[in-house]
Design a protein around this ligand. Structure first.
Ligand SMILES: [Zn+2]
Length: 429
């Protein structure tokens, strides 16, 4: 088989109006998560389009996953275009959920407004622009190369913004990312059209609770303040743990620069009497707090072992316990993700890099995300390592007011995706 003379990126560019319209249509379905609105609608809309184009379309509800209910069912769409000829399968996976709108918008967050080369709306860059680009890329490729070998899959999945358990994790459990079935995965998250995201750092969330004894606030010596014990924990973190984390630096190409170090955020702190509801005009009660809790969000590097990450925190608490009278604590683990990083020599990386060079005339940057995304499930549950994030849009705009995606960025990245299909499903390898 030979490549056609007409450049595939030009054929993609000729579909710009269709690409913009599809992106707008996706934005106009407000798939807010939480709680998980209109998932079925967006799956139906995309599924109908692809079915009309000859794709096999399945709608899969992630029954009994977190958040799934008859009111808010977790629907996913998986479409497959099988050439009927033996070959590999390339899968484009996008999450269809978006985060809350928040304040500060000057545009209609669900209007899909097109203005001066940008499409605005919640989810425009994260990641309905990328989803639309992958659909257009696949459609243009199939039209240009009906003789291709192998198969293309496009999925639109639920709940990435809340962990992906009702989306990619569920599909991975069903075997949908088994390397026997799928060989290459591209997740069109908004990493910029000239960057290939190889993976992400790891995560460990835990709740630390300190214990004390309740007493009257006028006689605190009769009690034992859990808040003061927590103060000792925070002081020890400042003195030893934060400097230790800042001294660890990864060889992973993490962006932004600050995320090359290990990090820890204290998400919340609660202790003593709970805050009164707005409008309550009474005074607080004088009570020594007997419980104090913080939630920590530790992000770790591929060079770190998760057991060591946990041991650092437990070791710090034991050190305090050894010197501080009556110090009692408990650690409750909440969530963990192991770092994931695809090799730069992996086939989907090499193919995407070559395509970026052809479309944009420069070599890509390789990056690693500070936070996780659905690649974790494809790697850990699906056992598929040949996976990247690549898509249009500027990551900093994600979750912001007046979120937008550039039309030219969508066109260019769709051109790249189409060339990847040409490389993997046509060119001799
Ligand atoms: Zn996203």
């Amino acid at each position: 088989m030979v490549k056609s003379d007409t450049s595939l990126p030009d054929l993609v560019a000729a579909r710009e109006a269709d690409l913009v319209a599809l992106c707008q249509d996706l934005i106009r379905i407000p798939t807010l998560n939480p709680p998980g609105l209109h998932y079925r609608n967006i799956c139906d809309m995309l599924g109908a389009r692809l079915r009309d184009g000859g794709w096999d379309v399945e709608l899969i509800r992630a029954v009994d996953t977190p958040g799934d209910s008859d009111t808010y069912p977790r629907w996913n769409m998986v479409a497959r275009y099988d050439s009927g000829r033996p070959g590999e399968t390339v899968h484009f996976n996008s999450h269809h959920d978006v985060v809350e709108v928040g304040h500060g918008w000057t545009r209609d967050p669900f209007g899909g407004e097109l203005d001066k080369g940008r499409v605005y709306g919640r989810g425009a860059c994260d990641m309905k622009g990328g989803l639309a680009a992958s659909v257009i890329a696949a459609e243009a490729f199939v039209a240009a190369h009906p003789e291709f070998a192998g198969a293309i899959e496009i999925s639109a999945t639920a709940d990435e913004e809340t962990g992906g358990y009702g989306g990619v994790a569920y599909l991975a459990e069903l075997g949908r990312f088994d390397p026997e079935r799928v060989q290459h995965v591209i997740i069109p998250e908004p990493l910029n059209k000239d960057r290939i995201c190889l993976g992400h750092r790891g995560v460990w969330w835990a709740e630390i609770e300190t214990r004390g004894r309740i007493a009257h606030g006028s006689m605190p010596f009769l009690g034992d303040s859990a808040v003061r014990h927590m103060g000792a924990v925070l002081a020890e973190m400042e003195a030893t743990l934060f400097p230790l984390l800042a001294s660890k630096e990864t060889a992973m190409p993490v962006v932004p620069e600050g995320a090359k170090n290990s990090t820890l955020n204290i998400n919340s702190i609660h202790g003593g009497e709970r805050e009164q509801d707005p409008g309550y005009t009474g005074l607080p009660a004088p009570v020594v707090p007997d419980r104090c809790r913080i939630i920590i969000d530790r992000r770790f590097l591929i060079e770190e072992n998760i057991e060591d990450v946990k041991a650092e925190v437990r070791g710090m608490l034991e050190k305090i316990k050894a010197t501080r009278p009556n110090f009692e604590y408990e650690v409750r683990e909440l969530f963990e993700v192991i770092p994931s990083m695809t090799d730069e020599d992996a086939p989907v990386v090499r193919s995407t890099a070559a395509a970026i060079e052809r479309v944009l005339g420069r070599m890509p940057d390789y990056v690693v995300s500070p936070g996780t995304y659905d690649q974790k499930h494809i790697d850990r549950i699906g056992r598929l390592k040949n996976c990247i994030a690549y898509g249009p849009g500027i990551l900093d705009l994600a979750h912001q007011p007046d979120e937008w995606v550039g039309v030219q960025d969508m066109v260019d990245s769709a051109g790249v995706m189409a060339l990847v299909l040409e490389d993997l499903l046509i060119a001799p390898r």
